[in-house]
Design a protein around this ligand. Sequence first.
Ligand code: GDP
Length: 184
Amino acid sequence: MAFYSEEQTTEDYLFKIVLVGDSAVGKSNLLARFARDEFYPNSKSTIGVEFQTQKMEINGKEIKAQIWDTAGQERFRAVTSAYYRGAVGALLVYDISRRQTFANISRWLNELHTHSDMNVVTILVGNKSDLKDAREVSTAEGKGLAEAEGLFFIETSALDSSNVAAAFQTVVREIYNILSRKVM
Ligand code: GDP
């Protein structure tokens, strides 16, 4: 059930993208950095599901990415199906300085597959790449898991902005490419 909503003209697209992963891996900060170029040193207190719509340009076309963030609702299963419904892209996020968050990725991937289209374009994101001395998950391990599961892969830092835009753009570009092939 794809959520490719064409508004007004054929050149205007809205893609729903979800942020998925353990608490405190940096999902909200990736979105804050990407959408507003902001960073919050302390965890937010927001409760609920939030989304932000970010305009992007791919191949000269304007795309609106509607990016959803659980905002602390990871454990509230009642919101799960609504959260994933219609998503065409996902950022599956772990914290390179906490191995357990990487170990839990397969669980998040299962949840994603259970609640959304199997074709949802997914990127595995190793966040907090700035925490070099505290690293517990190597780049090679992240890459290896992504290859095994057929996911894109990138390491990011919401703190120093490294690769944050690239993570979102990779997903949006691939969704756009798939859609272009379907339309043609
Ligand atoms: P969420 O629960 O997954 O949405 O995680 P948050 O965005 O609330 O971040 C959890 C904590 O990690 C906060 O204290 C953030 O400031 C911190 N954080 C998020 N991203 C980074 C990052 O790239 N580097 C570092 N060093 N800290 C980060």
